[in-house]
Every structure is written in C-alpha cells, then in structure tokens.
Design a protein around this ligand. Structure first.
Ligand code: ZN
Length: 338
C-alpha cells in the first residue's frame, strides 16, 4: 500500500548540464558526456534509495528533455533546423524539430540508461517515455499532413522501444501525456487509442502520467486561467478507466483538481501526486500523509501509490532530495496511521 515513486525527471547536477532549465544544454560531449549521464543516473538511484522510495527511476538524466530525448533517436526528423511552434494549445512557444519523412527508430532510445539503472538497483524500476499525443504536440510536421496519423506512427515506435525496455527487466513503463489535459475531446477520440497502441502487448506494468505541467511561468499563468475547479480529468478518466493501461498518475497536492474525480478511476492503480513541483517549499511528511488519506475517500487504499505531481527537473538538487524524503516518510506515516 502507498508504494512511492517519482513522476519522472529529477534535476541534473551542474557538472552534467545547465541547472534549473527545462531544455538545458549539456556541459560535455562524446564519451565524457556518456559517462557523466551514467554518473548522474547512479547518483539519483542511490539518492532515491536513501530517501526511501520503493520504485526507482533514472531521473531522465540521459535526456535533455522528456520529449526530445526520445525524438533524437528517430529517423525522419530534422533536428538541425528547429522551428518556433506554439505548444499545448499555444500556451507557450518552444523551438521544435520537424518531421520530414517516414518515421523509423534509428537505434535503441533509452536502452543504455535502463540497462545501467537495472544493474544498479534491486528495487522496482520505472522508465518514462512521452506519449504519442504529447509528442505530436511538441514537433512540427512536413510529411504526414495528418496529426492523428503521425501520432499512431509514433505510437508504433514507442511500442517497439517499450518492448525492448521490458526485455531489460524494467518493471513499469510510464507514458507522459500532459497533452491529455489540453485536448480533452481528442484524448477520448484518438489519444487514448494511440496510447494503448504504444503499450500494446507489454507484460510489465503500464502507466500514464497526466499533469498540469512543470512549475514554469507559462504553466503557472495558464493554471490561473483554469479557475477554481480544474475538471479536465472528468472528461478523460472514464476513457482511461476503460483502457488497457494499468496505472494513472495525476496531480493532486496544492492543485485545484477536485479530489473526488479520482472516483472515476474505478479499476486502476492511482498514483496520487503528493508533492507540489511548482513550489520550492518542501512538503512535510504530514502533508503527504494527508493527501494520501484524502485519496482513500475516493479510491481503495490498496490501489493507491504515492507520487510527485510532475517531474522535478527545474529544481535544485537539495530541494528535490528534501521532497523525495518527505514523499517516502509521508507514505510511511499514512500506512501507520490509516
Ligand atoms: Zn508532469
């Protein structure tokens, strides 16, 4: 009950990349960069274990950004001439690559870090990848001419990579779909089916993470426009509950999501966001426990896991570590006092 894990990213140490940035530049190249990525992955595995987490991630230390890290190994994408595109329904502009031809995996994408992480922890291992809808919302298109067709083409590549990760002993494969909170109708129409295609045939645990984004200024401003009650999950959870995915990771702590919307996930394991990633204030174990207890009003305790609201990439290492410790201590407290 209340197993703990992170949603995905963790801050990169300053010797690896620029700090407190969503798209940081690497500080090294070639073999030195490869080694530094492995060192940072090892550092975070140990740190998560010391903090007391049950399911360990690689902290996405080997990728610059959670979407582009995947795209870098895909043929048919022009990464050199990036174009400025409004993403998440024009919430903010990002420099994105362009699809210029048929998509194909050039090589394994996250195999190296997954193999490395597997070799260095005996705990359960979770690897994250972007979901198809979020990918196509973070890339320009000059080839497919149809966003849905392109999403399904990416889903096929994701599935291939996911099957390879599973073979390496990865226990949980999680797809990140922040776009599901933006394009609600499309999520039900084709977003969930594309996600199911990405997860098809996997025997390991499958998860989807749906949040309101990192605590960056553009997201914080967008959140201000969403009003007092954020009901986006209400539109999409019924479709997700019927889907083949086993776990749903959602934002809860310090958000305006009405907690009763968790009731819509009748059959899934629910990864409740107990850590606020939009604030540097370290949530206390008592606050984490209170969030978990609140969730038990709507979901059977056996189906609840404790997670962060989103990735923690833009924070300092010390803040992220403090939050990880609170997550583990708060889950332990909730187990004891329930
Ligand atoms: Zn997130």
């Amino acid at each position: 009950m209340f197993a703990t894990s992170i949603a995905g990213s963790l801050p990169k140490p300053e010797w690896l990349a620029e700090t407190q940035k969503l798209w940081p530049q690497w500080k090294l190249e070639g073999d030195a960069l490869r080694q530094a990525k492995a060192d940072a992955t090892l550092l975070w595995i140990k740190t998560q274990e010391d903090a007391g987490l049950d399911i360990i991630g690689d902290g996405e230390q080997a990728r610059q950004h959670f979407v582009h890290g995947f795209l870098e190994q895909v043929e048919g994408i022009d990464f050199v001439n990036k174009v400025k595109m409004g993403i998440r329904n024009n919430r903010y502009k990002a420099m994105v690559p362009t699809v210029t031809g048929p998509l194909k995996l050039r090589d394994r994408v996250h195999g190296a870090e997954a193999r490395f992480a597997r070799a260095h922890t005996k705990r359960k291992l979770k690897i994250t990848m972007p979901g198809p809808m979020t990918i196509i919302d973070t890339i320009a298109d000059q080839h497919y001419g149809d966003r849905v067709k392109m999403a399904f083409a990416f889903a096929e590549l994701l599935n291939k990579e996911a099957r390879d990760l599973e073979k390496l002993g990865v226990d949980v494969i999680q797809f990140d779909e922040p776009a599901f909170n933006v394009y609600l109708k499309e999520t039900v129409e084709w977003g969930v089916p594309a996600l199911e295609k990405a997860a098809a045939g996997l025997k390991c645990t499958t998860a989807v993470h749906i949040c309101y984004g990192y605590g960056i200024e553009a997201n914080n401003k967008w959140k201000e426009t969403l009003g007092e009650s954020w009901r986006q999950y209400e539109e999409t959870f019924p479709a997700l509950d019927k889907s083949s995915l086993q776990q749903v990771s959602l934002e809860c702590r310090n958000s305006h999501v009405p907690p009763e919307l968790m009731k819509l996930l009748k059959t899934k394991t629910v990864l409740v966001g107990c850590i606020d990633v939009a604030s540097d204030k370290i949530d206390t174990p008592e606050e984490v426990a209170a969030t978990l207890k609140l969730a038990t009003k709507f979901v059977d305790a056996e189906r609840i896991q404790a997670c962060t609201n989103c990735g923690m990439a833009p924070m300092t290492l010390a803040t992220a570590y403090g939050k990880l410790r609170s997550l583990a201590q708060g889950a332990a407290l909730a187990r004891k006092t329930l």
